[in-house]
Design a protein around this ligand. Sequence first.
Ligand code: FES
Length: 163
Amino acid sequence: MSQKKKSNTNTEDIDKFARELQEQLMEQIRKKYSDVVIDHWQNPRNFEKIDNPDGYASAKGSCGDTMEMFLKMSNGKISECGFQTDGCGTTIACGSIATELALKKSFIQALATVSADEILKKLGGLPESDIHCAELAAEALRRALADHLYQKRAPWKKQYRQT
Ligand code: FES
């Protein structure tokens, strides 16, 4: 066999191996997580920083991962909601769902409805070991809402913020 043909065969073998490995990995993930989790993990909604937010918070989970939540309000409703995280795929899915739940809600509605339980319900549940990811997303949102209230009470402080 020529050197070139041999190297092509090696590359094809490696590609095939990588594909099979990825399929096995996805199969394991599908056994553990719902389609909704996988979708939000792979295509997170509102994964963005928002400039000059009307509410902002950063929260740290029990695992050490952090999530930032950004809110923009318009006519008393959440018109934009973005998040950033250095956490795992499940955390990304939880942040993504939390922002979708919060959008178009009033301050009170968001405070009352966006909870870890609600995030878990929308995601179709999570394994016990990942429940803290939903708690982190809910906590980040709750803090951002609290920050919005704080900003409303002391709007002049907004210009001194670093967000
Ligand atoms: Fe840390 Fe998900 S593993 S928040």
